[in-house]
Design a protein around this ligand. Structure first.
Ligand code: UD1
Ligand code: CA
Length: 471
């Protein structure tokens, strides 16, 4: 059996009131369409067709290449080259959309199947899709339906006296009686490739919206004498389509709650599951504690016994055991060793690599900096482009002056160096082991091992100095 997956994503998403194509709006930090593509590829097929129209270039770029404009890093799982992009120039309906992908789908054997997913139904699960595929293995068509108290706007599932599926009727074409049906079409279906090809070639747009409805294939299958299978869920979130920002927000909150519950279930202390957002993948050891208003993004790894204070953002980072992040700390692209303490109000930027027992205190910013074991920058410092040894003390107000206006340069600091407060280290410069820098120094010459560097104007005192008097 060959499985082709067609993902519909050509619509504009007018009700999003946004310049971004609807399916590119993020849920848990990644575009909705990417959730759907990931789910499709988790089924083990390489035949994924994306029907795109509005914002086609942006969607393509997201999967294939650099996409800084949209604020997302490009998709890493399935390679863009493995996706087949099919352009639907005019959005003439869901049936018309699927039809655009048909030339890319071989229909050789009765075993060849086509699964249709929607780019704006991001939370559909692999398990349900597999169940749908299995449930309809013996039928040329299977549809995924939902029982809901709020069927408004959705296609109604019409069944006969023996409960067999007869048709799907769109709300705008439905009779009052049909409108009261609360089994609705999720939009997701699986069909035999051979039959689908035939049905789609016979679709008409003779309906209230003047569109080629994919849903009409149900009545066609029935007319051809087939039994149409169905699979049902009561989980509205799983098949909830996103049409506007409110629906997107509700799915986001649901998804985040599920993630927080999964954390709690595996032993993480989450102070408030409604106030932690995970936008990416995290792994963790035992006894992770997450205080309120924490955002975790990208790929993040926590060791054992890590504590994250309130209002922290942790992105693309690896933290060892016994690390404490104090409130208000921002970590981005850093590697942090065991027993480190970071914050409050610290900012670690990409390329920061901290050894065990490092201490970074309030209002300290680090960037592209390696710090050895036990080194400290406790208050108010900028530490950029530096290689720092072990046991170093960086005083309050120290600036690693790494930029000459054109190029960045490196500062090298040996073990056990003490840098007095309010010093400026003008890179490129090296301070060898055991150096002591007097407070308030500007250091722009190399300092040999064990030397005291004093780089400040000598103090002079003027005795008998009279303060000015107001005239
Ligand atoms: C569709 C179903 C309806 C179902 C509902 C579930 C049809 C005719 N109706 O209605 O039974 O209850 O979904 O959410 O299928 N798209 C294209 N090209 C087009 C038209 C649509 O790619 O020409 C894409 C859209 O971008 C979207 C998806 O298909 O991702 C669904 O289209 P939409 O117009 O939202 O369908 P509904 O009217 O909601
Ligand atoms: Ca819709």
């Amino acid at each position: 059996m060959r499985l082709d997956v067609v993902i519909l994503a050509a619509g504009k998403g007018t009700r999003m009131n946004s310049n971004l194509p609807k399916v590119m709006h993020a849920l848990a930090g990644k575009p909705m369409i990417e959730h759907v593509v990931d789910c499709a590829s988790s089924l083990g097929t390489e035949h994924i067709h994306l029907v795109v129209g509005h914002g086609a270039d942006l969607i393509k770029t997201h999967f294939i290449g650099d996409d800084s404009a949209a604020g997302y890093t490009s998709h890493e799982g399935i390679k863009g080259g493995d996706l087949n992009f099919v352009i639907q120039e005019e959005q003439l309906g869901t049936g018309h959309a699927v039809k655009q992908a048909i030339p890319s789908i071989p229909a050789r054997s009765v075993e060849d199947r086509v699964l249709v997913l929607y780019g704006d139904v991001p939370l559909v699960s692999k398990d349900s899709l597999q169940e749908l595929i299995e449930a309809s293995a013996m039928s040329p068509l299977g549809v995924f339906t939902l029982f809901t108290q709020n069927p408004e706007g959705l296609g109604r599932i019409v069944r006969d006296e023996s409960h067999q599926l007869k048709a799907i009727v769109e709300e705008r074409d439905a009779t009052e009686e049909q409108k009261s049906i609360n089994e609705v079409n999720s939009g997701i279906l699986v069909a035999s490739a051979i039959e689908l090809k035939d049905w789609l070639s016979r679709l008409s747009n003779d309906n209230a919206q003047g569109e080629y409805y994919l849903t009409d294939v149900v009545a066609m299958a029935v007319a051809d004498g087939h039994l149409v299978e169905s699979m049902t869920t009561g989980d509205e979130y799983e098949v909830q389509g996103v049409n506007d920002k409110l629906q997107l927000c509700m799915l986001e909150r649901h998804f985040q709650m599920i993630q927080a519950q999964a954390l709690l279930a595996t032993g993480v202390t989450v102070m408030d599951p409604t106030r932690v957002d995970i936008r990416g993948d995290i792994s963790y050891g035992r006894d992770l504690t997450i205080d309120v208003n924490v955002v975790i993004e990208g790929q993040v790894k926590f060791g054992n016994n890590v504590s994250i204070g309130a209002n922290c953002i942790v992105k693309d980072a690896t933290l060892g055991d016994d690390v404490t992040l104090l409130p208000g700390t921002i970590i981005d692209g850093a590697v942090i060793g065991n027993a480190a303490s970071i914050g409050p109000y610290a900012r670690l930027r990409p390329g920061t690599v901290l050894a065990d027992s490092v201490k970074i205190g309030n209002f300290v910013e680090t960037k592209k900096t390696v710090m050895g074991k036990g080194s400290k920058a406790n208050h108010l410092a900028y530490v950029g482009d530096a290689v720092i040894g072990a046991g170093v003390n960086i005083g309050a107000g120290t600036i690693f002056c790494n930029y000459d206006g054109v190029n960045k340069h490196t500062t090298t600091v040996g073990d056990d160096v003490f840098i007095g407060s309010n010093s400026v280290l003008v890179a490129p410069v090296e301070l060898e082991t055991g150096v002591f820098v007097a407070a308030g120094s500007v250091v722009n010459l190399p300092v040999p091992s064990e030397n005291l560097a004093v780089g400040r104007a000598k103090q002079r005192n003027i005795p008998g100095w009279k303060r000015p008097i107001k005239k």
